[in-house]
Structures are given as C-alpha cells and as structure tokens.
Design a protein around this ligand. Structure first.
Ligand code: ACO
Length: 385
C-alpha cells in the first residue's frame, strides 16, 4: 500500500501516520541517515570510513563525545572501559539462575535491568552520572552475555581481561581463547556498523523512556526489548535460520523464487528509510567474503549472493545490514541466538548518546491516536448487565 494512502487511511478524521512513516519528530546531531545519497554518518563521519580507519573503541568514544579521540583520549577511554568490565558476584548469581532455555536477549534485558537496581537511579541525575552509567553498560554488557553463554553450556565463566580490545575480550570470554585477527577485525567492523542509526525503533523506544525523565537503565532495557523483534535487530538471527533452511547454494534460487511467489517476508531485506540499499551492506559484505575465504567455506556467501540477486531483480528490495551480518557471525563461531545480543553490545553506544541528547533538550514524547472504539455509552451496574 502506498505511503500516502497509509497516511490518510482514516476516513474523515485526522491523517494517521501509521508507524510514524516519514515523520520528523526531533533534531539530532548524532547521526545522519540519508536515503538520497545512500549514506550514514556519525557526527559527520561516513560509517564506511570509520569502519576502514577506526576501531570500535574509537567509534564508541566518538558517539559518547561527538569527536574522534586523540591518542591520549583514546587511551584514557580504553582504560576506563576495561576497568569496568567485571561484574560482581551477585550479578553472576542472578545470571546463573536464568533458565537455560531462555533466549539470550531476554537474559540480557533482565541482566541490564538488574544493573539498574545496584544504585538509586530514578532519572534526572547529572549528565556526568549518566555518562558514567553509559560507560559501565558498554563495558559490562559483553561480560553479561559471555557469562550467560557459558552457563547455558554448563561451562565455567571466563572473567574479562584488561589487555584485550573490546572485540577480542568478548570472543575470549565466550570461547576461552583470543580470536584470530580476521575474526576480531570482522566483529569490530560489524560493531562499528551497528553502533548508531538515527531514530530507529529501539533508539526511539529509549528516547520515549528518556522523555519521561526516567533513568538510563530503564531506557536501555526498553530499547533491548524493541531490538529483539524480528522486524528490527532480531532479523540477523532470522536471516541465519532462513539460510539454514535453504541449506545449500544449489537450492537457493528455487527457494527464494518460491518464497517470493508465496509472498513470504524475506528476512534481512527492506528498510524503512533506505529504498535503494542499506549504506552499511557493502562493508559488511566484504567482511562476509573475507571470513568465507579465511574459513574456506563459501556456502553462506553463495546463498546470500543468489538471494540478493533474485530479490533485487524481482522485487526491487535490497538487503539490509542484518543480511550479511547473520552469516558473518556464524562464520565467527557464534551461536545464532547470540547474534542480536551482539547488536546490543554495539548499539548501546547509540542508545546512550540518544538518551543524553533527549534529556539535554527534553519534551515528553506523547503522540495522539484517532479513536475507533464504540461511541460513548452508559455504565450499567453489574446487577443489571
Ligand atoms: N520481504 C518481502 N517483502 C517486503 C520486505 C521483505 N523483507 N520488506 C518490504 N517488503 C514489501 C512489503 O510487503 C510492502 O509491500 P506492499 O507495498 O505490497 O504492501 C513493501 O515492500 C513496502 O514495505 P513496508 O512493509 O511498507 O516497509 P516498512 O518500512 O514498513 O518495513 C521493514 C521495513 C520492517 C524493515 C521490512 O522491510 C521488513 O519487514 N523486512 C524484513 C525484516 C528485516 O530484515 N528487518 C531488519 C531491519 S534493519 C535493522 O533493524 C538493522
């Protein structure tokens, strides 16, 4: 259905902006998503250039401070992040009690919320306090995820190291060894690409919570819940399930043509803002190619290439970042249900920046709805109903 028609679907009432399509609801200096030039910039820097020249820590600094760091600033930032990686015994105990069957997005959402119970956090605190909390969230989320990952496998937890980069340390805590440089670099690149993306659903959820002057833990907990859905961050897991269902490159073309015929929603394709392709995809495709060559396994690469070719040709819909990142995470050795939590590990930087930006120039976010229920009527007491 055309977007104009969607906007005016209500018969005689006000225009309905279902899904807030096309609405500009506030200013933001953090990132620019430009569908006309098919580009994404963080504080003015093209994301492809950041992926080429920077580490994830530099980009995390950029999103926290609005500028890329000098050597000395980066070194202080790294030290601060590394010093906060460990979680305390009580927190480990909470994670140990989660059901082994729980999805890691649910355990992560709960563990992040639990962090907010370790101090009085009501909202309205000074920005410096929220910046400290944002740093703690950045540092501790990978530890929470790796701890939960190990416990689910009935393995002992591996404590964080302070001599490893953000990406290396996460792999180390999951697998007990430093990752190959190819894996560390690809993971870092994906974290840079995932870090920030304007008023996407999870960021907007965080800003809605922030706009009530609630605390950052509540905002991030809400954002994690929003990210989990398969139309948003959950798509990278859904992509991998789809690739698993297809199985082999030989089956890919027939499978995708059948899916298009059955009008199936094809995970990892389409985007609310980009119409001619997601600006992050070429960089992530290159990571997928490099990882496939490194592993000597091009099964996922060949399937994704066939799917992209057919869907673009038949439907004019392009892959989004979740399409190459799903199989890339699989080649890095992560279980499928860790893919969306890895997205959290990165997007926490964007959410925190938006939380602070919303609080700095706040107005309660409170849209209207057009009422479609029964007309006003009298309440009949229970005895007469
Ligand atoms: N597969 C099949 N058809 C699609 C797809 C898809 N992945 N995406 C869009 N379309 C179709 C729609 O059915 C619609 O067709 P219609 O006009 O005949 O009804 C048309 O393209 C326009 O799509 P909308 O649904 O209006 O696009 P919207 O902006 O509302 O949704 C969304 C965007 C949710 C991302 C959608 O493309 C989708 O569901 N994609 C699959 C899930 C996915 O990959 N999500 C990840 C998003 S990126 C991220 O979070 C990092």
């Amino acid at each position: 259905m055309a977007e104009a028609a969607r906007a005016t679907r209500a018969k005689a009432g006000p225009a309905i902006h279902k899904g807030l399509v096309g609405l500009v609801v506030d200013n933001s200096a953090i990132s620019r998503v430009n569908p006309e030039t098919n580009s994404l910039t963080y504080y003015g820097y093209p994301v492809q250039d950041l992926a080429r020249h920077c580490t994830f820590e530099e980009v995390a600094y950029l999103l926290a401070n609005g500028e890329l760091p000098s050597r000395a600033q980066l070194s202080r930032f790294r030290r601060a992040e590394r010093a906060l990686r460990e979680i305390d015994r009580d927190h480990v105990g909470v994670i140990a009690r989660f059901s082994r069957a729980a999805h890691p997005m649910d355990t992560l959402r709960t563990a992040v919320s639990y962090l907010g119970t370790r101090e009085v956090a009501w909202g309205g605190e000074k920005p410096a306090t929220d910046k400290r909390r944002a740093m703690a969230l950045l540092a501790k989320i990978p530890t929470v995820m790796a701890t939960d990952y190990r416990f689910r496998d009935a393995k002992r937890r591996i404590r964080p190291r302070d001599d490893l980069s953000f990406s290396e340390n996460f792999c180390y805590m999951c697998f007990g060894r430093k990752p190959a440089p190819e894996v560390a670099r690809a993971l870092d690149t994906s974290l840079i690409l995932y870090a920030e993306h304007g008023f996407n659903a999870s960021t907007f959820a965080a800003r809605v919570v922030a706009s009530t002057l609630s605390d950052i833990y509540s905002a991030v907990t809400a954002a994690i819940g929003a990210l989990k859905g398969p139309l948003h961050g959950g798509a990278n897991e859904a992509v991998m399930h789809m690739l698993g269902e297809i199985g082999t490159p030989a089956r890919a073309e027939a499978w995708i043509r059948g899916a298009i015929e059955r009008k199936r929603l094809i995970m990892g394709f389409g985007h609310r803002v980009y119409r001619t392709g997601d600006s992050r995809v070429p960089t992530m495709n290159k990571c997928l190619e490099d990882l496939s060559a490194w592993k000597g396994d091009d099964r996922w690469l060949r399937i994704t290439q066939t799917l992209a070719r057919v869907v673009i040709a038949e439907k004019g819909i392009h892959p989004n970042l979740d399409f190459p990142s799903g199989p890339a995470y699989d080649l890095m050795g992560f279980d499928i249900d860790l893919f969306t939590p890895i997205f959290v590990m990165s997007r926490i930087t964007g959410w925190s920046a938006h939380y602070l930006e919303q609080i700095a120039d706040n107005r309660l976010i409170r849209p209207l709805s057009a009422y479609t229920g029964p007309p006003q009527r009298k309440v009949r007491p229970l005895a007469r109903r």
